[in-house]
Design a protein around this ligand. Structure first.
Ligand code: SAM
Length: 211
């Protein structure tokens, strides 16, 4: 029997409700607005810019963005785009922001696409939330639908542990708990059996190709 206290993210109804509620203010995290206005994040804006430029310069591929959120990163990905998220509010924002993409409400752990439907799966700030069981399911699905995988996540900083329950506060003052792992670029690359793409102070990225 599964342990009811074990961490969950992609299969946790409370986490799903949190992101649905957060959708309209999700970009505050990237932009340093709303509840993030007071955060001291030296070099953050420059690294967000570096990340988006790096994504825009990836080789153009038929890409599926899994757990696309508000499409903040999706819009920079080159090639024919499909994006999925389980939150209808996130999907609506991404549809407006990336009009040429096909954007669907779907479960990242049960992708509604045939084997090999894409050349690349991209996923930002999703993999690093997943505990082991969900991680395996995501990787199996990602590799089923595409041979290439590119993951972007939050870098592990000197003051962050390797994993924790993150306390999150939304602009309305509501409080939420979200499971989160923090990986170095080398750890991320090793976990997905790939190469480091970005080893930043705030973000890490790695890519792998299965032949
Ligand atoms: C931290 S946000 C990342 C958004 C975006 N990819 C980015 O990099 O900014 C995590 C996203 O995962 C989505 N999500 C969580 N569980 C999911 C699941 N089982 N299937 C699809 N999306 C899921 C949430 O709705 C949320 O939009």
């Amino acid at each position: 029997m599964s342990d009811p206290a074990a961490p969950r993210f992609a299969t946790d109804p409370a986490t799903a409700a949190y992101y649905q509620q957060r959708a309209a203010e999700y970009d505050d995290w990237y932009l340093g607005t709303g509840v993030f206005a007071d955060r001291d994040r030296p070099g953050w804006a420059a690294e967000v810019e570096r990340l988006t430029v790096l994504l825009a310069h990836l080789t153009s591929r038929r890409t599926l963005d899994v757990a696309c959120g508000s499409g903040f990163l999706t819009r920079h990905l080159p090639g024919q785009l499909t994006a999925v998220d389980q939150s209808p509010a996130m999907v609506a924002i991404t549809r407006g922001r990336v009009p040429d993409a096909t954007v669907l409400t779907a479960d990242a752990l049960r992708l509604p696409f045939p084997d090999g439907a894409f050349e690349r799966v991209f996923s930002g700030h999703f993999y690093g939330h997943l505990p082991a069981g969900e991680r395996d399911r995501f990787l199996t699905e990602a590799r089923r639908v595409a041979s290439e995988l590119v993951i972007v996540d939050t870098a592990r900083r000197p003051d962050t542990p390797s994993q924790r329950w993150d306390e999150r506060v939304l602009n309305d003052g509501s409080r939420h708990r979200v499971f989160k792992r923090f990986l170095t670029a080398a750890e991320l690359a090793e976990e997905i059996d790939g190469e480091i793409i970005l080893d930043g102070a705030w973000f890490v990225a790695a890519g792998s190709v299965r032949r």
